[in-house]
Design a binder for this molecule. Sequence first.
Ligand SMILES: C[S@@+](CC[C@H](N)C(=O)[O-])C[C@H]1O[C@@H](n2cnc3c(N)ncnc32)[C@H](O)[C@@H]1O
Length: 203
Amino acid sequence: MSQNPPAHAPATLRNREALWAVLSRCLPATGLLLEIASGTGEHAAFMAPQMPDGLHWQPSDYATDALADIDAHARASGSTRIRPAIRLDVTAAVWPVEQADAIFCCNMIHIAPWAAAEGLFAGAGRLLSTGAPLVLYGPYRRNGQHTAESNAAFDESLQSRDPRWGVRCLETEVVPLAAQAGFRLEEIVDMPANNLTLLFRRV
Ligand SMILES: C[S@@+](CC[C@H](N)C(=O)[O-])C[C@H]1O[C@@H](n2cnc3c(N)ncnc32)[C@H](O)[C@@H]1O
């Protein structure tokens, strides 16, 4: 086990309360919440201790070297409801989880090729049953337009790092993809710093 403190993502401290306010009212009381692209695992460590007893949190990431840090944050949280982190690449045709009762994915689809968004919705469509929530968080364009100068600058910096990355458009890209995979957009929640939380339901 590493002696270094686990990785820390400062943004998680800024968005976790607002995220929990949304998640806590749409998550089921029992079953499995699958988190995609957990990163440092700090959202799990903050939220899982506040979840109902019957709900368990499965963190995951495609970066193998993230998994030990996710587990370290989980241990530090003291929560027994966080499962050991697993490697999950959303673009894989088969995921290492066969069923989930809710899926949460924060800040991934703009920092990955579009194939990751396609893989996310396809996989969520395979795992979730009718009515189950899929919750996404991040910056989005609305009807093709950026909602803030800071998001436009962020988009530019993303695309300069990798031209396949970028802030996605809710109406022309994300919602049509979701519909194709069997999801309807139930709610759009404005979040701090020009981000949105999107609540989709499996049809
Ligand atoms: C900006 S980080 C977000 C981490 C965390 N959700 C948060 O908000 O702090 C993006 C994450 O997406 C993960 N990721 C990128 N492509 C992925 C893929 N194809 N499948 C699963 N995770 C992926 C990266 O490894 C990284 O942990």
